[in-house]
Design a protein around this ligand. Sequence first.
Ligand SMILES: C[S@@+](CC[C@H](N)C(=O)[O-])C[C@H]1O[C@@H](n2cnc3c(N)ncnc32)[C@H](O)[C@@H]1O
Length: 234
Amino acid sequence: VTVYLVGAGPGDPELLTRRGATLIEKADVVIHDRLIPQELLSLAPSAAEIIDVGKTPGQPRRQQEINELLVARGRAGREVVRLKGGDPFVFGRGGEEVQALQDAGVEYEVVPGVTSAFAVPAAAGIPVTHRGLSASVTVVTGRTGDPSAPGGVNWDALGRAGGTLVVLMGMAARAAIAAELLASGRPATTPVAVVHWGTTDRQRVVRSTLDAMADVDLPAPSIIVIGPVAALGG
Ligand SMILES: C[S@@+](CC[C@H](N)C(=O)[O-])C[C@H]1O[C@@H](n2cnc3c(N)ncnc32)[C@H](O)[C@@H]1O
């Protein structure tokens, strides 16, 4: 194997897996995103090449370029760690990177990570399922356009289905999301919790309700938890 897609965990560097740590410690190249815990880079050998492909607002490195970089370094026979926030396959475009490696015939392995979708609510004391309160949880992106488009989100159906919603990348669209869920019949009093930089020492939690969710103003990265469980842990 030459390319490892490694989940860096949700923010606290201690939440990296042991396998992830072992791989970083012997990497020739580490290609990382912006949201990974920066402390993890110091695990790499001092001679390792560290490449930040973080999608900084305003100067994004295109996914195609990242794919090409992975293929090029992988083909060179180097031990490459592609370090991605949370779990590589949860809204991380890890699937596209794996497809590029497969197409190029480069060997790879996926090392799962602790996803922010569950770890961040947990760090705020919120169980995403809870007997008697929520028997299902849906992890959904807030960054989509037309709900009828492929890969879009049918908020009306999600609203009517009940259960816990964990919205990633949802702050910009929070007013529209709340409106759609209210229109689907979710009660205005449905508890909401927004968690900023969960699991880190910058963690902030704001509690609200669905009808006031638009007023909660925390910057990215933040996760919105919607449903009765969002009242727990406060
Ligand atoms: C592109 S997604 C990547 C998710 C990642 N692959 C995972 O499994 O956690 C980035 C979004 O995840 C959420 N996120 C990631 N880490 C977070 C944290 N520590 N606290 C709050 N939200 C976080 C935010 O909604 C952020 O905009």
